[in-house]
Design a protein around this ligand. Sequence first.
Ligand code: CMP
Length: 147
Amino acid sequence: TLEKTYAMIKPDAVGAGNAELILRAAEDAGFIVVKAARTTLSRERAGEFYAEHRGKPFFPNLVSFMSSGPIVAVCLAKTNAIADWRALMGPTNTLVAREEKPKSLRALYGTDGTKNATHGSDSLVSASRELKFFFPNMTLDPVPEGA
Ligand code: CMP
């Protein structure tokens, strides 16, 4: 089915100047970039976005990293966008991605287990929450004609 997902280019990849390359890789893989907005997260908003990880050992580093510089918030549309974007990103940990999926976005553009270049929603429910978090006025369902 035609889906939208929330994709995010994280501060490591934006800071390295790789945001455009990552958006182009998405388009080359058949995704439509419905929206892309550069913004910076406060610590508070980064913590709210990643609330499900609150209390985990990596949470403080994650919040520091995600608020350390600009990100690009992206809405992607495609058939099976949620699963296909996660496949294009590769394994969460960039060091694992380099071993297991060397052409994936995290292998190419990430740094380590926390600084991993990109994020992608893991389910329809997450995609809806995450798209609303960054694009509160966006229509979520159905995907508009031409989007
Ligand atoms: P992301 O897919 O955005 O979801 C949670 C983020 O937490 C993850 O990418 C990484 O940036 C970060 N992270 C750091 N350590 C871990 C870990 N052990 N497991 C999962 N995510 C981690």
